[in-house]
Design a protein around this ligand. Structure first.
Ligand SMILES: NC(=O)c1ccc[n+]([C@@H]2O[C@H](COP(=O)([O-])OP(=O)(O)OC[C@H]3O[C@@H](n4cnc5c(N)ncnc54)[C@H](O)[C@@H]3O)[C@@H](O)[C@H]2O)c1
Ligand SMILES: O=P(O)(O)OC[C@H](O)CO
Length: 340
């Protein structure tokens, strides 16, 4: 089934462009909104987004646009692929136009002061909108190259999930549904932090045992945090939890992993982020997560360790020593046996 109206995708970075292409391949007319009119014009003419998705042909059904008000007026379904630090400011002026829309956040971050997830910000701005979150092991470049991929659309609104499945589900992209919007979104935001650590470990030449320990203990830590905040721990066993954690902690294509790798090579945080030149949400998430874990007294040694290296002047060697010598713990202690 194809939507009659165009669908809007906000954000002309790598993920917005990849999702816009998928929608267009499914027969949708897509308005890909970006702030930069020169970039929009270049994409319109050359059918490529060389800064963010080099070498990928942009489908003729994708129309790059720069008038956000006009796009919101024309489209009922809106995918939001803006960096987390831009989302509120970009959408705040359009409160009235957003009422009644289907707003789907693709953004994996947490707002600094409020600790709000992106769909919660969308709710703040547009209480009359219908809201969902798309998250999972979804490297933009692989999606664009048609690697077989799965994702999760999460919303309390079943009809919204079905509309998104119909629009996006395709030959190379499977869309699973979930009613746990909070858990799915939290998984996508938290895993970025652990990908930075995994990138560092890779740069230091650590082995497969280390990688496995890291991913598994990261899952324990993020699930412990999520349970404390009231999320369903079972969601963390799915695509948007452990699925996304595995891909982001294993792939040099992940930008968060790349930042970690650069840090492991000895670059400063500033140098690592500058060299990347794209969004690595894990850096900001680390700061807010560390503060929240302290406030709620949640044991998160990996988060505390990375924070100590990046912002408290500790060396990697000191932190590894502390982590490995910490008092022995129980393996699976983070999933309550009842209550869910
Ligand atoms: N790239 C991926 O593989 C991937 C996959 C899943 C989710 N995500 C999430 O999607 C979000 C966007 O990431 P991305 O990979 O597309 O980023 P990117 O770095 O590839 O591109 C960011 C885009 O946002 C635009 N932008 C920045 N500030 C803006 C502002 N104030 N107003 C309008 N546009 C602005 C930039 O011009 C650029 O087009 C992130 O939260 C990321 O975690 C990315
Ligand atoms: O490139 P990253 O690190 O932002 O990760 C991209 C996606 O979130 C992977 O699912």
């Amino acid at each position: 089934m194809t939507e009659q109206q165009p669908i809007a995708v906000l954000g002309g970075g790598s993920f917005g462009t990849a999702i816009a292409n998928l929608l267009a391949e499914n027969g949708q007319h897509v308005q890909l909104w970006m702030r930069d009119s020169e970039q929009a014009e270049a994409i319109r003419v050359n059918r490529e987004n060389p800064r963010y998705l080099k070498g990928v042909k942009i489908h003729p059904g994708v129309e790059p646009v720069t008038d956000l008000a006009a796009s919101l007026a024309a489209c009922e379904m809106v995918f939001v692929a803006l960096p987390s630090n831009a989302l509120r400011n970009v959408l705040q002026p359009f409160v009235e136009q957003l009422a009644g829309k289907l707003l789907v956040s693709l953004t994996k971050g947490i707002e600094a002061q409020s600790f709000k997830l992106m769909s919660q910000i969308l709710e703040d701005i547009a209480p009359q909108a219908r809201i969902g979150v798309l998250s999972g092991p979804n490297l933009a470049k692989e999606i664009a190259e048609h690697a077989l991929t799965a994702t999760v659309i999460a919303s309390e609104d079943d009809a919204l999930c079905q509309r998104v499945q119909a629009a996006l589900h395709g030959r190379t992209f499977r869309v699973y549904a979930s009613s746990d919007r909070f858990g799915v979104e939290l998984g996508g935001a938290l895993k970025n932090v652990y990908a930075i650590i995994a990138g560092m470990a890779a740069a230091l030449g650590m082995g497969e045992n280390t990688k496995s320990m890291l991913i598994t203990r990261a899952l324990a830590e993020m699930t412990r945090f999520a349970v404390k905040l009231g999320a369903n721990p079972m969601t963390f066993l799915g695509l948007a939890g452990v699925g996304d954690l595995i891909v982001t902690c294993s792939s040099p294509k992940s930008r968060n992993y790349q930042v970690g790798f650069a840090l492991g090579e000895g670059l400063s945080l500033e140098e690592a982020v500058t060299r990347l030149g794209e969004v690595a949400e894990g850096v900001n998430t680390l700061k807010v997560l560390k503060a929240k874990a302290e406030e709620l007294q949640i044991y998160m040694p990996l988060v505390a360790g990375l924070h100590a290296i990046l912002f408290e002047g500790r060396t990697l060697t000191q932190v590894i020593e502390l982590l490995m010598r910490a008092e022995p713990k129980t393996d699976v202690d983070f999933i309550p046996t009842s209550g869910f």
